[in-house]
Structures are given as C-alpha cells and as structure tokens.
Write a protein that binds this ligand. Structure first.
Ligand SMILES: CC(C)(COP(=O)(O)OP(=O)(O)OC[C@H]1O[C@@H](n2cnc3c(N)ncnc32)[C@H](O)[C@@H]1OP(=O)(O)O)[C@@H](O)C(=O)NCCC(=O)NCCS
Length: 84
C-alpha cells in the first residue's frame, strides 16, 4: 500500500506489508518491497518513506536491508481516563 504526501510532492509513503505466516522468513517481504520501490522509481517518484513499530524486528530488518534510513522518532502517548 502507498499514498502520496500532499506536503512533499516528491515523496510516496508506503505502509503495510504483509506475508502469510507460512511463507515468512524466506525473503518475500524484502523482494516485494524492492520491486515496489523499483516500480515507484520508474514511475518518477524520488523518495519513499515509511514507519515501523520499534518491536517489529522483521520489517525493521527488511527496511534496513533495502536502505531506508531513520529520519524521525515518534513517541506513542496514552492518557487513561480511568486513572485519577
Ligand atoms: C513483517 C513481514 C511482512 C516480514 O515478511 P517476511 O517475508 O517474513 O520478511 P523477509 O523474509 O523478507 O525477512 C526480512 C528480514 O527480517 C528478518 N526476520 C525474519 N523473521 C524475523 C524474526 N522473527 N525476528 C527478527 N528478524 C526476523 C529476516 O532475517 C530478514 O532480515 P535480513 O534481510 O537481515 O536477513 C511479515 O512478518 C508479516 O506479514 N508480519 C505481519 C504484518 C506486519 O507486521 N507488517 C509490517 C508492518 S506494516
């Protein structure tokens, strides 16, 4: 999946890669994302961005292998209304 960032005309945001559990660990996600990137580049896009949960080691590893570089860290915050 991918969407265009309206504030950065050159950039496409890719999100959600899924591989059926029986086929994981065989390089499918890395290959899929590589082909996705090639097609987007060939369509004229100059940059891809994405985001990952920090505990999701497989997708972090795939993105690192593909050459994605960290540009921003985001903190997830919670306000619990049941707390006094
Ligand atoms: C994340 C997901 C797409 C990876 O798919 P995959 O086809 O198994 O990934 P690959 O085989 O291409 O492996 C990618 C990297 O993860 C590593 N990896 C695989 N399983 C791992 C695990 N359990 N822990 C740590 N690293 C792992 C692989 O060694 C590889 O790294 P390398 O290139 O340095 O060797 C798949 O696990 C999935 O569908 N998960 C549920 C959905 C999800 O979380 N999607 C990502 C967020 S949108």
């Amino acid at each position: 999946m991918a969407f265009q960032r309206l504030d950065l005309a050159s950039r496409v945001v890719t999100f959600f890669t899924g591989v059926i559990s029986t086929e994981r660990g065989r390089g499918v996600a890395t290959a899929l994302k590589a082909e996705h990137a090639r097609r987007l580049r060939d369509e004229g896009w100059r940059e891809l961005s994405t985001w990952n949960m920090e505990e999701n080691l497989p997708i972090l590893a795939a993105n690192a292998r593909l050459g994605f570089q960290p540009i921003l860290r985001v903190q997830s915050l919670l306000l619990d209304f049941d707390e006094p």
